[in-house]
Ligand binder design. Sequence first.
Ligand SMILES: C[S@@+](CC[C@H](N)C(=O)[O-])C[C@H]1O[C@@H](n2cnc3c(N)ncnc32)[C@H](O)[C@@H]1O
Length: 209
Amino acid sequence: MKIIEQQNIENILEQLFKDAKNDYFKMITGITKGIIRPFKPADFKNAYLSISKLQGEELKEIIINNDIKNVVEFGTSFGISTLFLAQGVLETNGNIITTELIESKAKRAIENFKNAGVYDLIDVRIGDALETLRNFNGNIDLLFLDGWKDLYLPLFQMLAYNFNSNTIIYVDNADMSEPKDFLKTIAKTGKYDFESKHDGKAVLITLKK
Ligand SMILES: C[S@@+](CC[C@H](N)C(=O)[O-])C[C@H]1O[C@@H](n2cnc3c(N)ncnc32)[C@H](O)[C@@H]1O
């Protein structure tokens, strides 16, 4: 256990969760814009929209318990989830690729990773995930889907070539309508098993053995 490094991350996470308490007000601004046209990621450029602490702890445990080395994350935001992933890969000597569309968010995330002392473990790709992960040819042991929901299916299909028999795909916001359609579509292939978590908010996908 890398106690000092883990404590640094805990400290930064505590600050970020405190700041994320203001998300409610920031989201109202975004939601108001959505009244006259469909939402855009930029409408939420100031909001964390992060996973819960419980989910973060769970991701960390998944990484450690399965000795996961290669993590890919879709949807960095300000880096809360990435820092939990970093807690996991610190223990497995793994690494993370994370991707964020909004440059200002990615830059804030990078600052947070530097302050937590884990930037060397994280490759932050700024831009549309369908571009930043195009032609990706590395292994994926854990894919964490937490970006814009209409991209779950195309991104999954694009990255499925990089899965191995033990790959785990963690789907956040699985109870929203587009992720539900995504899950139905991939269930039809008969290749995957599904495990619901947090009353359906998240789903773990594994490859059938
Ligand atoms: C729910 S938030 C991610 C929260 C983060 N995983 C956490 O728990 O701290 C979704 C993020 O995905 C980003 N995003 C949306 N569309 C994207 C795209 N096409 N490529 C990369 N990132 C995208 C948004 O800007 C937003 O910051």
